[in-house]
Structure formats: structure tokens, C-alpha cells
Design a protein around this ligand. Structure first.
Ligand code: SAH
Length: 216
């Protein structure tokens, strides 16, 4: 059977599974139906790409579990044309999902090797993502403010620079906790000094390493 055809079927199955697990945002589900996750994992793992689990990428990092990507993206309330800053580019899969939803995507990655590889891959696949190599706990001042900020690594607290770079009425989604387990936070910026925080389920991310994150 044609591989692409097989993968499309597996994606459909995955989307149904995510809907069953509580993902209701149809635009999130449509984006996951479109993005070829098998092209974001190691060739040896391609056949597992549509199982709902995290997979290893290079340098001990991971491509997040599809449910986690869907859950974070749903909380983020992405709309076409919004400026989204992602912290932790990794494989680029999450960034591709945001692109499919019409967001203007910026992403910071601290590991140069990952950033360069992923930049090349996103370009080949036609996803337009602005990428910076550096410490994402400090955000990316050049293009601030952002309508949405999505942190895809585990943070000990909410980094102050990210709050500052969030637009009024903007939303930040970030896993906060210890190195082992985190709770998903959704922060809505009401004005420069007022934030509303909602706390959701537990997840497990790789650590956010940086000035306002964990120390190496
Ligand atoms: N969004 C990714 C998942 C990335 S895993 C995906 O879709 O595949 C988390 C990533 O965050 C790793 O690549 C790690 O190197 C990166 N990271 C950790 N601390 C960081 C920091 N302070 N700034 C930017 N990236 C960071």
C-alpha cells in the first residue's frame, strides 16, 4: 500500500482518538489531520508517528505527544493572523500545527543543532516560521508583543519576560511544576498588572533550561 495513503489513514484514526480524549476545537483537529507528523520524527520511528505518544528526537529531546500538542493548542485559542511565540521549537511539529491554523509563528530554541535542522525541514515542507537560537525564558523582544505565547518545556515558574512580551488580552500556555511533573497553566493578560490564571491537568515535559527556567 502507498505509504502516504497509509499515513493519512493513521492520521484520521489519531484525530478520532484525540476527539474522544476531549479535544473539541475542530480547527486544532483539522490541523493535526494535515500535518505529516511522520516527517518530524526519525525515519526509524515513522511507523509509530501516529501513536498518541511522545517520541525521542536528537539530543535527548522529545516531540510532544499529539494529545499534549492538541491540548496546548486548544487552550491557546489560535486564530488566523495572530502572532504566536513558541518557546522550544524541537522537532517543529507544534510550529507546523500553528502554521496550519493560520498563525504567524515565531519560535525560540536553545540548542543550535536542533534549531538548524528543524529550520531546514520546515522550509522544505513550506512552513514559514521565524526561528531564533537562544534562551526562550527571555522571550524574543524584537517582535514583541505577541498575541499568544506557548511554552513547550517544563518551567519552575512563569518567566517574567514572557508576561511582559504578551499582548493585552493575550494568552500564554505553559507547563509549570517541578522537573518530574507539571500542571498546564493558561494565563490571560488583562492589563500590565493583572493576570488571570487557570490550572489544568498534569503533563510531563523536558525541562526549560535558562535564566528564568531550570539551571543545567
Ligand atoms: N515543540 C516541540 C517540543 C519540544 S521539546 C515539538 O513540537 O517537537 C522542548 C524543546 O525545548 C527542546 O528542543 C529543548 O531544547 C527546548 N528548550 C529547553 N529550554 C529552552 C529555552 N530556555 N529556550 C528555548 N528552547 C528551550
Amino acid at each position: 500500500m502507498d505509504k502516504e495513503f497509509k499515513f493519512r489513514g493513521l492520521r484520521e484514526k489519531l484525530v478520532k482518538e484525540l476527539a474522544k480524549k476531549g479535544i473539541t476545537d475542530t480547527e486544532v483537529l483539522a490541523a493535526i489531520q494535515k500535518v505529516k507528523r511522520h516527517l518530524f520524527v526519525d525515519e526509524l520511528l515513522m511507523d509509530s508517528a501516529y501513536e498518541d505518544r511522545a517520541l525521542p528526537i536528537i539530543l535527548n529531546q522529545t516531540i510532544s505527544q499529539p494529545y499534549t500538542v492538541a491540548f496546548q493548542t486548544q487552550l491557546l485559542e489560535v486564530k488566523k493572523g495572530l502572532k504566536v511565540l513558541e518557546i522550544g521549537l524541537g522537532s517543529g511539529y507544534q510550529a507546523a500545527v500553528l502554521c496550519e491554523m493560520g498563525a504567524i509563528v515565531f519560535s525560540v530554541e536553545r540548542l543550535k543543532e536542533i534549531a538548524l535542522l528543524t529550520k531546514e525541514k520546515l522550509k522544505i515542507l513550506g512552513y514559514d516560521v521565524q526561528i531564533k537560537i537562544g534562551d526562550g525564558t527571555l522571550g524574543w523582544q524584537t517582535f514583541a508583543p505577541y498575541d499568544r505565547i506557548l511554552v513547550t518545556a517544563a518551567s519552575p515558574s512563569i518567566p517574567e519576560p514572557l508576561l511582559k512580551q504578551l499582548n493585552i488580552n493575550g494568552i500564554m500556555v505553559i507547563p509549570v511544576g517541578d522537573r518530574e511533573i507539571q500542571k498546564m497553566y493558561k494565563v490571560i493578560k488583562k492589563d500590565d498588572n493583572a493576570y488571570e490564571t487557570k490550572v489544568y491537568d498534569e503533563f510531563k515535559f523536558v525541562p526549560l533550561i535558562g535564566d528564568k527556567g531550570w539551571k543545567l
